[in-house]
Design a protein around this ligand. Structure first.
Ligand code: HEM
Length: 212
């Protein structure tokens, strides 16, 4: 393993299936955010054009939501163990100032994901479950009728969790593209450089390469 890794000049991080599922989640998320905003407020009504008008937006939004939930559930089941928050993550979090200023000496070694990624992961899990449950209620006539109070509470829960998820995904995209340079190729080509892995995820690097 370590020999193959060294030869290719890169460290594998995500296989093809993992990348296809991730981008399926990303594409369905964009469609859901746009169509959801259109259904939420008239200021965003123009976004209904994306799914072929108002009626199609109302019809398709819940089905696309199911697709996103199922694809994300696959990711969550696969990655939850890598996202358990450990004591060294908390220590790392306390020294965020040193992390940001590249004062790496004596920083706790990070595994496959850092504290920020892990917190975001659990925020995604919670909001996805809330969106699914409240979304099923709001689908009402199509599935079953719920008491009006339950529908009203679901409308608030749906909008609030969608807002949290959207803010979270903006942070996720910003950090994957601009903040931690060299991350994007993990989800495009599927691998990262040795330098990136050593610098950002030393514990994971040693585990997958067998390097000391
Ligand atoms: C254009 C949009 C997106 C971009 C550019 C992007 C980019 C990335 C990149 C580069 C990684 C690898 C990070 C690493 O391995 O350290 C990643 C991982 C991941 N992404 Fe995205 N992503 C996008 C949208 C989304 C969306 C919409 C979701 C979910 C709603 C999502 C959920 C995840 C999850 C769960 C991981 C695994 C990291 C973990 O478990 O903590 N991504 N993404």
């Amino acid at each position: 393993m370590s020999h193959v890794v060294m030869q290719s000049g890169a460290v594998p991080r995500y296989n093809a299936t993992e990348r296809v599922v991730h981008w399926a989640v990303a594409i369905t998320f964009i469609l859901l955010a746009a169509s959801g905003l259109a259904l939420f407020h008239p200021a965003f009504w123009f976004l209904t054009g994306l799914l072929g008008g108002g009626t199609w937006t109302r019809i398709l939004h819940p089905f696309i939501g199911i697709v996103m939930f199922v694809a994300f559930a696959w990711m969550a089941l696969r990655y939850w163990k890598d996202n358990v928050i450990r004591s060294y993550d908390r220590e790392w979090g306390k020294r965020l100032g040193d992390v940001i200023n590249n004062r790496d000496d004596g920083l706790p070694e990070i595994d496959k994901y850092n504290l920020g990624q892990k917190q975001l992961f659990w925020a995604m899990v919670i909001t996805m479950v809330l969106l699914l449950l409240s979304g099923i209620v709001l689908w009402r006539d199509t599935v079953m009728a719920f008491p009006v109070t339950v529908v009203r509470i679901s409308a608030v829960v749906h909008a609030a969790s969608a807002f949290v998820l959207m803010v979270g995904i903006i942070v996720h995209i910003y950090s994957a593209i601009f903040w931690v340079k060299g991350s994007l190729r993990a989800m495009t080509r599927g691998d990262v450089s040795h330098g990136w892995a050593k610098h950002h995820h030393p514990l994971w690097y040693r585990r997958v390469t067998g390097n000391k």
